[in-house]
Design a protein around this ligand. Structure first.
Ligand code: FE
Length: 318
């Protein structure tokens, strides 16, 4: 596996799944989790007691970050011993001893997994080992996860976020965390449904449209004049005619595919986790006829921050 195969950046942060905790004062805690961390950002530091890199660079980085935000409500910290090797050494006792050793008044967890064969947090967060830093943003999305963090850059980033204050997404605008929740928990009820068989779709569509919309195909980048079209109007599903996007939300992403920042209404587009082609992506479909439209990414413009990357063959301008 390469470094890129680790971590779950841009995904919803799962619950930590750690059963054994000490509180900030070193006393046993019955339970602790993300809901107990009220800061806008959360930083989870994963270590093992016998890991030289954890002591050489991991803990010093954590201490630098903690000192910078000691009295700030911006960020909460927790450290977890995520044990995946040398179980006889990386015991709870030795893990917890680091709280005093580094004088860190933050909750410490010990996680050798529910059956003692390996850290549950590590599996949930697909961590690459130790040290491992996980930064979770105010929407509950994993912003960053890696062996190393540039403390100075992160401090600047968080101070900037602190100065700007909370910038809530306007009501009715779906953001990335909302997309991830729909993909995980289920999509809104469609306003209506159209379900046809392949024979009927083939009769209604060109072969290229059929391939993209009914077989999850992707048209070549820069293959459609629709990318450069910025006239007012609406973009409808090429299969069922339901209006999906307004031209006002279309923008020039330079990706080679028509791009939008939001759907016309919350119930016309559906979202699905898509692990094809070795990537973790969110597929978008027409919520009325299930036509494959394209994907949505968290790198679009404000206010939604979304980029709906849609095949022109799945759309008709109206
Ligand atoms: Fe449709």
């Amino acid at each position: 596996m390469s470094a890129n195969d680790y971590g779950i950046a841009h995904q919803l942060a799962p619950e930590l799944g750690v059963d054994t905790w000490h509180d900030a004062a070193g006393q046993p805690l019955a339970a602790y989790g993300l809901a107990d961390m009220p800061g806008r950002y959360k930083l989870i530091f994963c270590f093992q007691d016998n890991c030289p890199g954890c002591h050489r660079s991991g803990f010093p980085t954590l201490i630098k970050l903690f000192e910078a935000f000691r009295r700030s409500p911006t960020i909460n910290f927790a450290a977890v011993q995520t044990v995946f090797e040398e179980f006889e050494h990386n015991t709870a006792e030795r893990g917890f001893a680091n709280q005093q050793r580094y004088a860190l008044p933050i909750p410490f967890g010990h996680d050798a997994g529910p059956d003692g064969t390996g850290s549950a947090l590590m599996k949930r967060y697909r961590s690459g080992g130790t040290p491992w830093f996980i930064l979770i943003d105010p929407n509950g999305v994993v912003l960053f996860n890696h062996y190393h963090v540039d403390a100075d850059r992160l401090i600047d980033y968080l101070r900037d976020a602190e100065a700007k204050g909370a910038a809530p997404v306007p009501a009715g605008v779906l953001n990335w965390a909302g997309v991830l929740r729909l993909a995980r928990d289920g999509n809104p009820e469609p306003p209506r449904r159209l379900e046809l068989g392949d024979t009927e779709w083939r009769a209604r569509l060109t072969p290229e449209q059929f391939h993209v919309t009914r077989r999850k195909g992707t048209e070549p980048a820069h293959s459609s004049a629709m990318c450069a079209l910025f006239e007012p109007g609406r973009y409808a599903c090429a299969c069922c005619g339901t209006e999906l996007f307004d031209a006002g939300s279309k923008f020039d992403s330079r990706s080679g595919w028509p791009s939008f920042t939001q759907a016309l209404s919350p119930d016309v587009v559906a979202y699905h986790a898509d692990a094809s082609h070795g990537m973790q992506r969110i597929e978008t479909t027409c919520n009325i006829c299930d036509a494959h439209l394209g994907h949505v990414f968290p790198d679009g413009p404000a206010p939604s921050g979304l980029r709906y990357c849609i095949n022109a063959l799945a759309l008709s301008k109206c």
